[in-house]
Design a protein around this ligand. Structure first.
Ligand code: SAH
Length: 222
């Protein structure tokens, strides 16, 4: 990301007012958690995008971040954060598919620590740089294949998966604390189902939320 953090502050499409309108829209779309709404209001989404796209940052749409990947729409990010956190502050969260680092920055306001796994090295470099510029220092970004989670940081209060998984591996569920939640788009077609898995003292509960569209989870690092 070129230039100092506030180089576009004050320009209409990226102003705090534009972000506040995005938050109003999220409320209308059904996001309830004050913690999540507050986090969305405070993370400058445009700074995670390249300059040519920054004016579109607060539209409710996914946008390209290079390497054939996308930043999820504001609603998708807010919804998965709300489902994962249930509106409570969390201790440690795992994000699989960190991309540009935007969702990690939102999660960083909901949790004491975030571990974000991203398979594409160039995106990892960029996410680290942007998070550093924004002085977000409770996110650890790792360049790795997160298909089976990140056991070294487990157990987690929440696991948020930002790329579509054909199914949810048992090894991933096993990284949840009791009471912890896993939120993931599940399916192998263009449209998947957002699933919420909750770990109980014994076993897991599963719930289908709604149809969603995510880029696929891919194997290996790149
Ligand atoms: N949360 C991101 C959304 C990124 S899109 C954001 O806020 O921008 C999903 C990301 O998942 C892509 O960057 C893609 O490279 C990554 N991904 C796909 N398969 C992966 C895997 N097996 N391990 C880690 N990251 C993966």
């Amino acid at each position: 990301m070129a230039g100092p953090v506030n180089h576009l502050a004050g320009i209409g499409m990226t102003s705090p007012r534009t972000r506040a309108r995005m938050v109003d829209r999220l409320r209308e779309q059904g996001i309830r958690s004050p913690l999540v709404l507050d986090a969305m209001a405070n993370v400058p989404r445009h700074l995670f995008l390249e300059e040519g796209l920054q004016h579109r940052a607060y539209e409710d749409t996914p946008l390209p971040i290079g390497e054939g990947q996308t930043i999820s729409s504001p609603y998708t990010v807010a919804q998965s954060c709300e489902l994962a956190s249930r509106g409570r502050p969390l201790e440690i969260v795992l994000e699989i598919g960190g991309g540009c680092g935007y969702q990690a920055a939102v999660l960083a306001r909901l949790a004491r620590k975030v571990v974000s796994i991203e398979r594409i090295a160039r995106l990892v470099g960029r996410a680290r740089r942007t998070l550093r510029e924004l002085r977000v220092n409770n996110v650890l970004v790792r360049n790795a294949d997160g298909s089976l989670g990140y056991p070294a940081g487990a157990p987690y209060d929440a696991i948020v998966v930002a790329a579509a998984m054909p199914y949810i591996p048992d090894a991933l569920k096993a990284q949840l604390k009791p009471g912890g939640r896993l939120v993931a788009p599940v399916g192998s077609g263009d449209v998947q189902t957002m699933m919420v898995i909750e770990a109980r003292e014994k076993g897991y509960t599963e719930r289908e939320v709604e149809a969603v569209r995510f880029v696929p989870l891919l194997p290996g690092v790149a």
